[in-house]
Design a protein around this ligand. Structure first.
Ligand code: SF4
Length: 302
């Protein structure tokens, strides 16, 4: 089927079902074209909480669609491909966290939203890469803190805020691929370019960067900085949004072809099938949802 025809069918089904399509920046470009909103985790969580649509087709990995369901239980939340999960989110099991909490009852758990609903339900508060510093800075100073599951965002936040905390040793396989060698090579090729990286990158890569921020913050920086050239250390999908928001500026990926394979499972055909068949519906146990919502609401209230 031609993309134009697919787009038309998606639009018709969306209107019939009062559905909205939310897509993360890392999904395939054609999928982003079908979406009503394209954003990062925080932006999409806020949109999911506010939308008056009956159905949300969430083009992102599983924890994002789960967050939409947690915030909007009365809505039908569909994922176009249930296999799209996040390896980082799977690096911490709820049982492990429960055990940790039992052994450290005083500890406040901060959960990066890249985790399952069950982990969120065990956390005091959630954060995204856009607001991790603000979240950690808001915690009482006299309590120990555990940050889960991303070691790099946790360490970056710890240093930025100047707050001692324990950090779970999870990581994003896509961002972990960025190395200091790649930084040196790209800097040598483009000496005038600013290096902008995501805080999920290894520490030495973040330390070498001119700017470290969430996907949205990187896009904003490209649009607002007087620089004309940028090297981008995050999933390659973000380059589309940068080129749209900062036309005329030169952007180079820090590592060519570095993509999140899970996000790329969200193809346009699967979006159409999701709407046609009302599949695959995201379910979260009510008890888990209520507890996870408290942690998400604490973050959204900041
Ligand atoms: S880019 Fe990394 S953190 Fe984000 S969904 Fe993919 S694997 Fe998970």
């Amino acid at each position: 089927m031609e993309f134009a025809e697919l787009k038309e069918r998606v639009a018709k089904l969306k209107a019939e079902k009062n559905a909205v399509i939310l897509a993360h920046y890392y999904t395939p470009f054609e999928t982003q074209e079908l979406a009503d909103f394209v954003g990062d985790s925080l932006e999409l969580s806020r949109l999911a909480a506010k939308t008056d649509a009956d159905t949300i087709v969430f083009c992102g990995v599983d924890f994002m669609a789960e967050s939409a369901k947690i915030l909007s239980p009365e809505k039908t939340v569909l994922t176009p491909d249930p296999r799209a999960n996040c390896p980082m989110a799977n690096m911490l099991m709820p049982k492990e966290l429960r055990r940790y909490k039992k052994e450290h009852p005083e500890t406040i758990v901060v959960a990066y939203v890249n985790c399952s609903a069950e982990i969120k339900a065990e956390a005091y508060i959630c954060c995204t890469s856009a607001n991790a510093g603000k979240v950690v800075a808001s915690l009482p100073k006299d309590k120990p803190v555990l940050f889960v599951p991303d070691r790099y965002l946790g360490t970056f936040t710890k240093n930025k805020v100047g707050r001692e905390m324990e950090v779970w040793p999870g990581f994003c396989p896509t961002h972990q691929r960025f190395t200091i060698k790649a930084v040196q090579e790209m800097k040598a090729k483009h000496p005038e370019a600013e290096l902008l990286v995501h805080p999920e990158c290894p520490e030495e890569v973040s330390a070498a960067a001119d700017f470290v921020g969430s996907t949205s913050a990187i896009i904003k920086r490209c649009a607002e900085s007087p620089s004309e050239e940028f090297i981008i250390g995050t999933e390659q999908g973000v380059l589309k949004a940068i080129r749209e928001k900062a036309p005329g500026k030169k952007v180079y990926p820090l590592l060519e072809g570095n993509v999140c394979p899970n996000m790329k499972l969200m193809t346009p055909h699967k979006v159409l099938w999701a709407l046609e068949d009302n599949e695959y519906e995201i379910k979260v146990k009510e008890e888990t949802r209520i507890k996870a919502k408290i942690a998400l609401d604490r973050m959204l209230a900041l």
